[in-house]
Write a new protein. Structure first.
Length: 97
């Protein structure tokens, strides 16, 4: 028996409608706060009018419960519920020390 047979149509539609959480890969640029990192991500997108590829740099405040990451690490982060005024992301794994 499959899982879809036990689901009602309402729960199946709700699970399909809910998008997956966003995930980003970035570099740690700050670790001065307790249990919080600042992670910089670089996204390359074409300019809206001219088409030239430009870099967009965005800074995320990330929850790091164990405090394992250090400045310069490449990390994977994912969206989560709001943890504080600025923190909406959490550390998933450290990709490179």
């Amino acid at each position: 028996m499959t899982d879809t047979a036990t689901e009602t149509p309402e729960t199946a539609a709700a699970s399909e409608a809910r998008p997956l959480r966003k995930s980003r890969i970035g570099e740690v640029t700050g670790t001065r706060m307790q249990k919080t990192l600042i992670v910089k991500t670089v996204t390359r997108v074409p300019h809206a009018k001219f088409g030239k590829i430009v870099k967009q740099i965005k800074k995320f405040y990330v929850h790091d419960e164990d405090g394992k990451a250090v400045i310069g690490d490449v990390v994977r982060i994912t969206e989560t519920r709001p943890l504080s005024r600025l923190k909406r992301w959490r550390l998933v794994e450290i990709l490179k020390h």
